[in-house]
Design a protein around this ligand. Structure first.
Ligand code: PFF
Length: 531
């Protein structure tokens, strides 16, 4: 098997945009406001920025650095850092792939909102789609999720199938196929419009939101710390847990994406600055997006005579129920409301799309790097497989199932991979060795502080977070107050835990296969001479 030259980005800008595209996604729009909101608004921002500087950017530098130094996918790169650690890379990539299985279904639902809004505008109807179906919650649960007004969303009901969602999900996988087909080259082509259009749309939403009556009350809730949420140690820990969890998910750390993307960089690449730019841009978008959400919350609070903190529920509901409800209350005519709705769901869709394909790439390049198979063949199998597996989420119980799988993969998979990466670089490979590489190729130097974060600080935080998550999930064993995740049934929990277990089994399986590529385990030469 001859070794092909490695795929390359067209420019450093394209690499940074691809990394930002992966990071900025659904998590920025519906996870971040909820995390900030439930932690008492402004009080959240302090631990959030500490988390960014002490864990987010250092880990991003680690992933970029390893991918760049080892010139390989996550399994190849970790395996080259130490032969026994290849499975860590498969674990990461497999977690990403499973997340992609339902992330695309969420995008299918979001695209359905876009489709219905366009249809409404074109046929000049005088009601928003959800208002014509009895409100945003009824619309979501009894129509969008089920595809049929006579079927209600229910846990553990796998039939009947939502054919509309299945079809749209198929289109998502087709789009992913086209985007990833030529690797860095085809991603580079798609990334510029898919990143810039939603950012422009967010600006439009921003100006609309801050001009609403009551927005200033919402913004002051967002920006001024509510210290009463940090009265006890337990509360401080809870807020910090939310902040670190948000940073990890939002920065796309722990799924092999950033390692794979950095492996497509040429030798000359300012890694430290790129990590800084990607990290700050991602948080900038979240922070900025928060202005939209909280202005709207202030408006809602004024309109409905409640406190900002009682204005909406969070999580998935925030994006798919609270936002549509709010759109119906905006002081514009119905066409204006539909256009704002389209701007919102359109930007959500595009931001999510650039994250969705970045979740698939690590597994694809992992297999290509190890087995030397054709990228297109591997991609075809994964896209078809993704569409078929996605069927279980296109059912009345799919929403609950997806929420549960998401919980277990993020609470344990992502944080577990993050922790093992710190151990690999901090204690096995050596932080100094990787830092030397980073500093050789970068303009801005990483200092002892980076070593300290990777070796001691970040792993300590990750162990704490993992333990806290496990305590939250297992509390029911010793306390009446505890419950399994969201109190869903045993069957749902089993599928969630099973998905997590599958990532580990797959990791061991792929790591044990023999490679048929020459030099797969060798650390590539890196000539720093002509920097
Ligand atoms: N960072 C993405 C978001 O905020 O929605 C989600 C994500 C994408 C996580 C890619 C991990 C990943 F590898």
């Amino acid at each position: 098997m001859t070794n092909q030259p490695r795929d390359r980005w067209n420019s450093r800008l394209v690499f940074i945009l691809a990394a930002v595209g992966s990071a900025v996604g659904l998590g920025n729009i519906w996870r971040y406001p909820h995390a900030a909101f439930s932690a008492g608004g402004g009080a959240f921002l302090i631990p959030y920025f500490i988390a960014l500087l002490t864990a987010g950017i250092p880990l991003l530098m680690l992933e970029f650095g390893l991918g760049h130094r080892m010139q390989g996918s996550a399994p190849a790169s970790y395996g080259r850092a130490h032969p026994k650690w290849e499975s860590l890379g498969w674990w990461a990539a497999m977690g990403g792939l499973i997340i992609a299985f339902y992330y695309t279904v969420i995008l299918a639902w979001v695209s359905f909102y876009c489709y219905e809004l366009v249809k409404m505008l074109v046929t000049a109807q005088d009601q928003l789609p959800w208002d014509s179906k009895g409100g945003a919650a009824t619309y979501l649960f009894n129509y969008v999720l089920t595809g049929d007004e006579n079927t209600k969303h229910a846990e553990n009901v796998f039939a009947p199938l939502n054919w509309g969602a299945l079809l749209l999900n198929g289109l998502m996988w087709l789009a992913i196929y086209v985007t990833l087909r030529k690797g860095a080259e085809s991603i580079g082509k798609i990334i510029i419009p898919t990143i810039t259009i939603p950012l422009v749309l967010l600006f439009i939403l921003f100006f609309t939101a801050i001009n609403l009556d009551g927005s200033s009350a919402g913004l002051s809730y967002y920006l001024s710390p509510d210290w009463s949420k940090m009265d006890s140690w337990q509360e401080v820990i809870k807020v910090a847990q939310g902040a670190y969890g948000q940073i990890f998910f939002s920065l796309s750390i722990g799924f092999g994406t950033m390692v794979a993307y950095a492996s497509f960089l040429p030798k000359k690449a300012d890694i430290n600055n790129s990590a800084m730019i990607a990290g700050l841009t991602n948080s900038g978008v979240e922070f900025f997006g928060g202005f939209i959400t909280f202005s709207v919350l202030g408006f809602l609070a004024l309109n409905n005579g409640v406190f900002v903190s009682d204005a909406v529920e969070g999580g998935f509901g925030l994006a798919l129920v609270s936002y549509p409800t709010t759109i119906s209350q905006l002081p514009f005519d119905v066409t204006g409301q539909a256009l704002i709705g389209l701007a919102f769901f359109g930007s959500l869709f595009l931001l999510g799309y650039t994250s969705a394909f970045s979740l698939v790439e690590p597994m694809v390049i992992g297999i290509v790097d190890k087995f030397g198979l054709s990228r297109v063949a591997v991609l075809r199998i994964f896209c078809l497989f993704g569409w078929v597996v996605g069927i279980i989420f296109c059912t009345p119980g799919g929403f609950t199932l997806l929420d549960t799988v998401d919980h277990y993969l993020n609470s344990y998979g992502l944080l577990g991979v993050g922790l093992m990466q710190c151990i690999l670089v901090g204690w096995v490979y050596g932080p100094k060795k990787l830092r030397d590489h980073l500093n050789h190729v970068s303009e801005r130097r990483a200092t002892w502080f980076w070593d300290f974060c990777i070796k001691f600080f970040t792993p300590t935080v990750l162990i704490l977070l993992l333990s806290l998550n496990a305590i939250d999930d297992l509390r029911f064993l010793w306390s009446d107050e505890g419950q399994l995740y969201s109190n869903y049934t045993g069957q749902t929990q089993l599928i969630g835990v099973g998905a997590f277990a599958l990532t580990i089994v797959a990791a061991v399986f792929f790591a044990q296969r023999k490679t048929n590529k020459q030099g797969y385990h060798d650390i590539p030469e890196f000539d720093y001479g002509s920097k």
